[in-house]
Write a protein that binds this ligand. Structure first.
Ligand code: 5GP
Ligand code: ZN
Length: 140
């Protein structure tokens, strides 16, 4: 299993850094983004350290995308957003800031001001934890 002890997301997988977990299985982990661009912003990662789409083995990518679908369905059921983006960035110019492949699941509202490369704004941890608990209850 590929692992990087200096990687922040590998540390989250190992439990070295705390996170609001939504769901996990053998190959993947879903947890709340702590700088949510909208309420219910979830990250899905493979439990395999690969920097990006070019480096991830296909079976791990498939497992990650399948988990993103499971999470998107739970987010949809929980928050009933008007839309959901599934977003994955490769390289700093594309807005990637953490170099362990991840998929964003982002609830959207019509007319919201969200744009690519949105910038980091720390979230309210109590609010993030509360939404995590609600989404968790809807993972099927
Ligand atoms: P990227 O910009 O690489 O597409 O997305 C990385 C995401 O990871 C950002 O949305 C950022 O808020 C999130 N992030 C960075 N550090 C942490 C952390 O320690 N915990 C959590 N839960 N999310 C993080
Ligand atoms: Zn990693």
């Amino acid at each position: 299993m590929s692992h990087d002890p200096d990687c922040i997301f590998c540390k989250i997988i190992d439990g070295e850094i705390p996170s609001f977990k939504v769901f996990e299985n053998e190959k993947t982990l879903a947890f709340m983004d702590i700088n949510p661009v909208s309420p219910g912003h979830v990250l899905v990662i493979p439990k395999y350290h690969a920097t990006d789409l070019m480096h991830i083995p296909t079976d791990w990518l498939k497992a990650t995308v399948a988990m993103a679908q499971t999470v998107a369905r739970a987010v949809d059921k929980t928050l009933n957003p008007q839309g959901i983006n599934m977003l994955q960035s490769n390289g700093p110019a594309a807005g990637q800031s953490v170099f362990h492949l991840h998929v964003h699941v982002i609830p959207r509202a019509a007319g919201d001001k969200l744009r690519f490369n949105w910038g980091i704004v720390p979230g309210d941890m109590d609010a993030i934890g509360a939404i995590a608990e609600r989404i968790r209850a809807n993972v099927a």
